[in-house]
Design a protein around this ligand. Structure first.
Ligand SMILES: O=P(O)(O)OC[C@@]1(O)O[C@H](CO)[C@@H](O)[C@@H]1O
Length: 307
């Protein structure tokens, strides 16, 4: 394993996951003894999953306030290397409610980051000089897509991005990987994404806008990989889904872990789907057991996909 992957989470979050046994009702107090707190945010999740998959994947970005300290402590306790820029404002807390009628996810907008803090982050990334950079998650106030382009272009690294569809349309630098979900594919391309064939067309269109690989997460419909050698569809593995939070991060992590191991594009896609299937079977964004991932990835069916 040679490549190191530095992840950048501009807008980390403590992930608060609670399970309630009764449907939520207005005006009523829902009580639970089932709550957990994970260090979260998309890039941080990628660092957690990649570290567990034996890839050197330190995490950076912005942290501040009590939730920021909680995330830093948790990552350090879990042996996930981290080097965040401390900001004056407070890192957010995001909540997932798992109830009998499904999953609710509430994400806070997050803190405001100053220009100086952004510049410190760019310098931090330059000093680390990774082989690959992953920039993932929403942008807090004060950070723009121009800053994302600056990070992607500030060194010789290859960059993967995972951000909202509207942000994807504003990026100008060249990127190795883009990891949209179905909705982001639609927003980024303005195309219909009802069927898997629609998603194939949208992934190919997005690729032409400057992403070498588009890895799209389609939930129960599996995942797509658009490359210059073709577009491939991977079926989802049959698992009991506890919650879907972190599934896209896991797909990207598995794909990048495959890349770091020198796997072919299709095999890296299979690894991504296998890693994602482990993550959705565990609650919150904690790291599940990845034992046997590289031995069982061939269970994922991959076929050539056309629009
Ligand atoms: O608000 P963003 O930055 O788009 O997403 C943040 C988030 O929902 O993404 C992760 C799951 O992918 C969670 O750890 C975290 O709460």
């Amino acid at each position: 394993m040679s490549d190191d992957v530095l992840t950048v989470t501009m807008n980390p979050a403590v992930d608060h996951t609670v399970r309630v046994t009764e449907p939520l009702r207005t005006g009523a107090v829902a009580r639970t003894d089932d709550a957990k707190f994970d260090a979260g945010g998309k890039g941080i999740n990628v660092s957690k999953y990649l570290t567990a998959l034996d890839v050197d994947a330190p995490a950076t970005g912005f942290l501040g306030g009590p939730f920021g300290r909680m995330i830093r402590d948790r990552l350090t306790d879990d042996a996930v290397p981290n080097d965040f820029v401390t900001i004056g404002d407070r890192t957010r807390l995001n909540t997932t409610v798992l109830g009998p009628e499904g999953e609710y996810k509430i994400n806070h907008d997050g803190p405001t980051v100053s220009e100086d803090e952004v510049e410190t982050l760019v310098e931090r990334v330059r000093a680390r000089d990774p082989d690959r950079l992953v920039i993932a998650g929403s942008l807090p106030n004060g950070v723009s897509t121009a800053d994302v382009d600056e990070l992607a272009s500030a060194g010789d690294w290859e960059t993967a991005v995972d951000m909202g569809g509207a942000s994807l349309t504003e990026l100008d630098a060249s990127y190795l990987v883009c990891k949209p979900n179905r909705e982001e594919l639609g927003v980024a391309t303005g195309m219909a994404v009802e069927t898997t064939a629609d998603c194939v067309a949208a992934a190919q269109a997005l690729r032409e806008r400057g992403f070498e690989f588009v890895v799209a997460s389609l939930g129960p419909d599996g995942a797509l990989l658009a490359t210059d050698s073709g577009t491939y569809h991977a079926a989802a593995l049959p698992v009991d889904v506890v919650d879907t939070v972190g599934a896209g991060d896991a797909l990207l992590s598995g794909f990048l872990a495959g890349f770091a191991r020198g796997e072919s594009e299709r095999t890296a896609l299979r690894t991504g789907v296998t890693v994602a299937s482990r993550v959705v079977a565990a609650s919150g964004t904690s790291v599940p057991d990845f034992e046997g991932v590289f031995e069982t990835r061939d269970d994922v069916g991959v076929s050539t996909a056309r629009p």
